[in-house]
Design a protein around this ligand. Structure first.
Ligand code: NDP
Length: 305
């Protein structure tokens, strides 16, 4: 059976594309991916999605979008896309379990994932004190000292969230000024539980005791001074990488691997991209949802002609 449209990814872009294409009677098949619901499931309260003045839980928002898509007949398949062939029609997708799909149109909405510092000690201790998700793991550090690396809104949000559990939070930033929005930066600076290490980078994650994080070796980039900060956990919040490995060589991308799309259209007719996978600038739930809508409308037009 050849599908009309397959949507890859289940963040706000994927679910919005699913809602629109299901309502257009395209019977979309949605590939759920490794992190169903995407990045919003790792955040706490979403306060800036229009229509929810009190804010709502990110995972709850994703569940509601999923329910809405299913209501109009969207079908959902678990699994990840391992490789694709966009060189001929119908397009072919191979999933990680070996299953093959054929489809007339594809909407790529695979989003982006947290980036790491690239230290060997960081990778070794991932899941044993090193985390890319404060909302997932923060509660494990009740009464302990933790650190957050980064100076953007994610780092601010993580640091504030962690003050609910941790005894003390140190934000480690490589410059002397935050990149984050002023309102978030101010909240961090005013919080008595948060300390800030300016002009500082982590050069090693230390695990003196039983392969669990015990401290960070820090370097002041201005003075070169080395110090040790005792912490039980470190949360990495230094940005994201697009999830486009399966599409390399099949659609045009920029040097960072973000898919190049204009009004959701990629260089391959019939292949569309929506959400963070093609947007490294705005990266908001509402912009992702908007671009998912555009992709579904474009896919419908493409299939009609
Ligand atoms: P950003 O790219 O905005 O910030 C990344 C931060 O990490 C920067 O401060 C950067 O430093 C630092 N950094 C990058 N690489 C390294 C490295 N190798 N070592 C040390 N530090 C590093 O990413 P975010 O994830 O914070 O935010 C992404 C987008 O999502 C932004 O547009 C943000 O506004 C938005 N967002 C909005 C939220 C909200 O509105 N509630 C919540 C979370 C995110 P430098 O500043 O020196 O470049």
């Amino acid at each position: 059976m050849v599908e009309q449209v397959v949507i890859i990814g289940t963040g706000p872009a994927g679910w919005t594309a699913a809602i629109y294409s299901a309502r257009a009677n395209l019977k979309p098949l949605i590939i759920e991916g490794a992190q169903p619901g995407g990045q919003l499931t790792t955040t706490t309260s979403v306060e800036n999605f229009p229509g929810f003045p009190e804010g709502l839980d990110g995972a709850q928002l994703m569940l509601q979008m999923r329910t809405q898509a299913e209501r109009f007949g969207a079908r959902i398949l678990s699994g990840e896309v391992a490789s694709v062939d966009f060189k001929r029609q119908p397009f072919r997708l191979q999933l990680d379990d070996g299953k093959e799909l054929e489809t007339g149109a594809v909407i790529i909405a695979t989003g982006a994932s947290a980036q790491y510092m690239g230290l060997a000690s960081e990778q070794k201790l991932l899941g044993r004190g090193v985390s890319g998700c404060a909302t997932c793991d923060g509660a494990l550090y009740r009464g302990k000292r933790v650190a957050v690396v980064g100076g953007g809104d994610t780092a601010m949000e993580d640091a504030l969230f962690l003050t609910r559990f941790a005894a003390q939070v140190t934000v480690i930033h490589r410059r002397d000024e935050f990149r984050a929005s002023q309102i978030m930066a101010e909240r961090v600076k005013q919080n008595p539980k948060i300390k800030i290490a300016w002009n500082t980078v982590v050069i090693e994650v230390l695990d003196v005791v039983r392969e669990e994080v015990t401290a960070l070796r820090l370097k002041n980039v201005k003075t070169g001074a080395l110090t040790e900060l005792p912490v039980a956990g470190v949360f990495i919040a230094i940005g994201h990488q697009p999830n486009t490995k399966a599409f390399v060589g099949q659609v045009n991308m920029n040097e960072k691997g973000y898919i190049l799309a204009e009004n959701s259209r990629t260089n391959v007719p019939g292949v569309f991209a929506a959400g963070d996978v093609q947007d490294h600038v705005y990266r908001q739930a509402v912009t992702a949802a908007g671009s998912g809508c555009m992709a579904a409308i474009e896919a419908e037009r493409y299939l009609k002609h």
